[in-house]
Write a protein of this length. Structure first.
Length: 330
């Protein structure tokens, strides 16, 4: 193989130069010989001492757990390309055929992603009023509590006890950007507070309701963790408090059932205020059914509505999308 031999004290300067010329061969290790350094190169280059020499192969750092996982080749194509990371916990969705290899898959994730300390597989769909799922421990620490960082805030939570999706971070930032200083916000299905804590940085007051006592416990902790005082956690069914609050902005992040709470949301918004509605839809009919329901409830309450934005947020099942509709209520 070809190498460029240079004196040790010039080595760093020449390494950068070889990189710029795109001749440095990164697949091999640089050699050290007495007072000289020898760089592996892809082709001859003018102005240097070139020698013929053998180099040791460089160890490449794997980028994906799929490069190191030990499973039979016939099930390899079933490996998911991605997984969720919540704080230092990874949650992966495995097809049934891969469950027997869960431990190996978990260990491969821990090997490649040093900041991950625990790996779990999804053990069920998201179910019940609290919107949580069962988890199967695969590797690392058998712990489900962690601190997740997103949009400049820290959220402590237990992935086995509360709902949380890191995939909504962009959507939350979008709502944050729309929020005006001094607003009153009503987060009807607050969870551990990813919207509430973030929006509290602009809003005057955020009412944050949730039925799940664990969600409210973590929301209280997250207020302290983020030094936020203008969030009012409310433990209980949102139906009991809706109507007593009059907000400039209402967030309805309960996509599966939000349509059942439109009356409560509209009764809690000031005239001219905005509702951020979330739902699930088939790709062939993304917004129509939801909009129909919104108009129906508005009519019942003698209110007017005007859609200001509608968008797909993310796919959640084959042909199904999590959608959002923002509308003003007069
Ligand atoms: C999809 S999660 C969203 C949580 C949070 N907004 C987030 O982005 O992580 C919906 C939340 O609504 C809560 N919930 C469900 N039904 C409720 C109700 N009737 N009243 C209040 N909270 C409810 C659940 O406990 C769950 O934490």
């Amino acid at each position: 193989m070809l190498g460029v031999k240079v004196p040790k004290k010039e080595a760093e300067k020449i390494r950068k130069h070889l990189l710029e010329l795109n001749v440095l061969n990164n697949n091999f290790k640089i050699k050290h010989q007495d007072e000289f350094v020898i760089f592996p190169i892809k082709k001859r280059v003018e102005g240097f001492e070139i020698i013929e020499i053998t180099f040791e192969k460089a160890m490449k750092r794997p980028h994906s757990y799929r490069e190191v996982v030990k499973i039979p080749s016939e099930v390899y194509p079933l490996l998911p390309s991605s997984f969720d990371i919540i704080g230092d916990i990874a949650i992966i969705e495995l097809p049934e055929e891969l469950i027997p290899y869960g431990k190996n898959i978990g260990e491969a994730i821990l090997t490649v992603h040093k900041h991950i300390k625990a790996v779990f597989a999804k053990g069920s769909k998201i179910v019940g009023e609290y919107r949580v799922r069962e988890l199967i421990h695969l590797a690392g620490e058998n712990r489900t509590e962690s601190i997740h960082r997103e949009n400049g805030i820290r959220l402590k939570l237990d992935v086995a006890k509360v709902y949380f999706s890191p995939r909504l971070a962009t959507e939350r930032m979008r709502i944050f950007k729309k929020t005006q200083d001094g607003e009153i916000v009503f987060d009807m299905f607050a969870g551990v507070g990813p919207y509430s804590i973030l929006l509290a940085k602009k809003a005057k007051l955020v009412f944050a309701c949730d039925l799940n006592p664990w969600a409210i416990k973590y929301l209280e902790e997250n207020k302290k963790l983020n030094k936020v005082e203008n969030v009012i956690p409310i433990l209980g069914d949102v139906r009991k408090v809706a109507g007593q609050i009059k907000a400039d902005r209402v967030i309805m992040n309960l996509p599966k059932f939000a349509h059942q709470f439109l009356k409560e949301a509209m009764n809690s918004v000031k005239s001219g205020g905005v509702i951020h509605y979330y739902g699930f839809s088939h790709e062939k009919n993304l917004f129509k059914e939801h909009e129909k329901k919104i108009k129906e409830i508005a009519k019942e309450l003698g209110r007017e509505v005007k859609t200001i934005d509608q968008r797909k947020i993310r796919p959640y099942a084959p042909y199904q999308f999590n959608i959002a509709i923002d509308f003003i209520v007069f």
